[in-house]
Design a protein around this ligand. Structure first.
Ligand SMILES: *Cc1c(COP(=O)(O)O)cnc(C)c1O
Length: 248
């Protein structure tokens, strides 16, 4: 059994080693702890060790957990697919939204940001491809649509465009997929220099993501342990091998 402190140290060491291997400053890579499915007390334990940024992928879970932990100075991120009718509730938690993949969603977030007098930080989620049937479940804009979407989002008054986010496709090596993402990010920054962040890399592929320039890695399993497969929250992906469902 490893402790939360051991796991956090191990992840930080992986990030630092990957950054150095890429000739980057380890402090240029932020760690987002993806606490989905884990109770607020587990977040509290990691927060006590100095971790401040946490991510959730369900609106209601984010709202409940953020409220339960409101006494802590945490930074919340929303990394799941977001329905437009839940955009306002998510934005009101102050969370950074990583999964903007269409303009109506960005507009809904912008309206809430304006009302709150505090812009919502957003990432555009990119669909990096992969096996058929997977895309609709993971979300993301087609790479060809990203520059136009970025132009439209950048002018919205109530959001702040931070950069791009992606999940590596299954059934493909992560490195070439992250290389495509990095090229898209470079192009984005030419038009929108402020959108310099790149949210990529999870427990299994954070090294490849950091090599490609990720500035924020989203790590769940390596920090908290394996999420229970039998959980009703888990939506098995069509075509995934038995025993290996994964929610995103
Ligand atoms: C669950 C999730 C993660 C964390 O995945 P792990 O493999 O558990 O590290 C990262 N990003 C998104 C979008 C997720 O849904």
């Amino acid at each position: 059994m490893t402790s939360p402190a051991d796991r956090l140290r191990a992840v930080r060491n992986r990030i630092a080693a990957a950054a150095r291997a890429a000739g980057r400053d380890p402090s240029s890579v932020a760690l987002l702890a993806v606490s989905k499915t884990w109770p607020a007390d587990d977040v509290r334990a990691l927060a006590a060790l100095g971790q401040t940024a946490f991510g959730e992928n369900r609106a209601q879970e984010l709202i409940t957990k953020a409220a339960a932990l409101a006494d802590l100075p945490l930074e919340w991120h929303f990394v799941g697919q977001l329905q437009r009718n839940k955009a306002a509730a998510v934005a009101r938690t102050g969370a950074v939204v990583h999964s903007v993949d269409r303009l109506p969603l960005a507009r809904a977030l912008s309206r809430t940001g304006e009302e709150a007098g505090r812009p919502v930080d957003v990432f555009l989620q990119v669909d990096l491809g992969g096996a058929a049937g997977e895309l609709a479940e993971r979300g993301g804009a087609a790479p060809a649509d990203v520059p136009g979407l970025a132009d439209d989002v950048a002018v919205l008054p109530g959001v702040r465009l931070r950069g791009l986010m992606a999940v590596a496709p299954r059934g493909e090596e992560p490195a070439p997929a992250f290389a495509r993402l990095a090229a898209l990010s470079q192009r984005l920054r030419a038009d929108h220099p402020e959108a310099a962040d790149l949210s990529a890399g999870m427990s299994g592929d954070l090294e490849e993501a950091i090599a490609a320039g990720a500035t924020l890695v989203r790590v769940g399993t390596a920090l908290f342990g394996s999420r229970p497969l039998a959980s009703p929250r888990v939506t098995p992906v069509t075509g995934a091998p038995p025993g290996a469902p994964e929610e995103v």
